[in-house]
Design a protein around this ligand. Structure first.
Ligand SMILES: Cc1cc2nc3c(=O)[nH]c(=O)nc-3n(C[C@H](O)[C@H](O)[C@H](O)COP(=O)(O)OP(=O)(O)OC[C@H]3O[C@@H](n4cnc5c(N)ncnc54)[C@H](O)[C@@H]3O)c2cc1C
Length: 423
């Protein structure tokens, strides 16, 4: 009789993919397409939880801008993404979605969305396709590293499971939104095998300023529409949302990498906000210089300038009374209001994660140089990009390359391509 404490051992002759987000599912598809038997393991009750959440506010699959503008979005990793996107770029992604029966369209901002905006129909069609290709999905299997014998260890509802396979793709995501499955526990597991990740940090995140209770109570959740946020010579036009403790939103995320790094270096990042980007300062000053009469400052400002209540509230929160009463100083502040950012919001709240497995530790197929047969894909790699579809595009492209790399590795080893492989 089997000792209840001893693990169940499964031996796969094909590939194991751990992590069923966009990167892992794409790796599984590439492997299966090349005839490799694939078993995918995921910690959650079903794959693609973060992908589904991404579709809540409209799934921004990729971006329609030319590759010349698209590639630099990957910052320090642009060179690498140039080659990844040459193999599977934004148009390939749209074509791939169409083949799944999901048409895409370009929104007014140039961002690309699936018809209907949601992730669920795309994910459903994708999982159907993977199933028809023979990919076996093992949900509720939480990866815990390697056993002494070198097997992959999983915690499952049936107890400990140990898995042997000649190739594995790790696609475990970053460390934001841990309740959706990616909790970053792989950092320690890989460190234990001598692979040190670059420090994990929040990306596309909000920031704390420390508002007064009065201001937070009144304005948290309200948006400053069409403002310009600037930092370090870069200006982004978009929206900024006021939160309980600070700011978040599209314009903030676009500058968040530089802001985060500046805070880490000097303890503070001073961004500036143009509350009326379509009005030159001279026009603002001219409006503020009109006679105020007996009107209160609030009534006067509301009458002469098209400032929203949260914008007016922000000026009052941040500026001393003598500046508010001085048209020259106030006009200058409305055009460049200093916002002292004190810290990033916690990693768990961020849209994505910076840091991770360094490309220097991988070969060109995204295989770990020190762990042959172990490939890495998606957000757990050390790259970051702003929102706008670049994160998913990068996850798909790296998942594809890792999957193809694992298939080649198995073919070279003469393994994996057998219809009777254990699943
Ligand atoms: C609110 C929100 C909105 C977003 N919107 C967009 C958007 O519109 N456009 C865009 O481009 N990007 C968006 N993103 C980012 C995008 O969703 C991610 O970059 C992308 O999902 C990363 O893919 P991945 O496959 O690398 O990781 P993930 O999608 O995180 O998948 C990793 C998988 O690994 C599993 N896993 C983790 N650890 C273990 C373990 N130890 N054992 C077993 N399984 C494990 C997880 O359960 C998960 O299924 C958004 C993110 C958030 C949070």
């Amino acid at each position: 009789m089997k000792d209840p404490a001893s693990p169940v051992v499964r031996v796969h002759s094909g590939a194991v993919v751990i992590g069923g987000g966009p990167a892992g599912l794409m790796a599984a598809e590439m492997l299966a397409e090349r005839g490799v038997a694939v078993s995918l393991y995921d910690a959650m009750p079903s794959p693609g939880r973060k992908f589904l959440l991404a579709g809540k506010g409209g799934l921004n699959l990729t971006h329609s801008e030319a590759l010349g503008s698209f590639i630099p979005r990957y910052g320090a990793r642009a060179g690498l993404f140039q080659s990844l996107l040459a193999e599977f770029g934004p148009n390939d992604l749209r074509h791939w979605a169409r083949e799944l029966g999901i048409d895409t369209f370009v929104g007014s901002s140039g961002r690309v969305f699936p018809e209907g905006m949601k992730s669920a129909p795309l994910l459903r069609a994708w999982l159907r396709r993977l199933k028809s290709m023979g990919v076996a999905i093992n949900a509720r299997h939480y990866w815990r590293g390697w056993s002494e014998a070198g097997r992959l260890r999983f915690h499952s509802p049936a107890g400990m499971v140990e898995v042997e396979a000649p190739a594995v793709v790790l696609a475990l995501g970053g460390a934001s939104w841990p309740r959706l499955g990616s909790d970053g526990s792989w950092v320690d597991l890989l460190a234990g095998r001598g692979v040190a990740a670059a420090p994990i940090r929040p990306a596309n995140c909000g920031f704390d300023l420390g508002w007064s209770h009065r201001f937070a109570g009144r304005f948290a959740g309200q948006r400053l529409e069409t403002v310009e946020l600037s930092f370090n010579g870069v200006t982004v036009r978009g929206e900024v949302t006021l939160t309980e403790t600070g700011i978040e939103g599209g314009a903030v995320y676009a500058l968040s990498a530089g802001l985060r790094d500046a805070i880490a270096e000097s303890g503070i990042a001073m961004a500036t906000l143009d509350l009326m980007p379509d009005w030159p300062e001279a026009r603002v000053l001219e409006a503020l210089s009109r006679p105020r009469g007996s009107r209160s400052l609030s009534t006067f400002l509301k009458r002469v300038l098209p400032l929203s209540p949260p914008a007016l509230g922000l000026l009052r929160e941040l500026l001393p009374r003598d500046v508010m009463d001085n048209p020259v100083l106030l006009a200058a502040e409305i055009k460049a209001l200093p916002l002292p950012l004190l810290q990033t919001r916690p990693l768990a709240e961020a849209i994505s994660t910076a840091g991770g497995i360094r490309f220097e530790d991988l070969d060109e197929h995204l295989m770990l140089k020190t762990l042959p047969g172990v490939f890495v894909a998606g957000e757990m790699l050390d790259w970051e990009a702003p929102t706008g579809g670049y994160l998913l595009t990068g996850s798909f492209a790296t998942g594809r390359r890792a999957g193809l790399g694992a298939a080649e590795w198995l073919a070279a080893a003469g393994e994996g391509i057998s219809p009777s492989s254990c699943r």
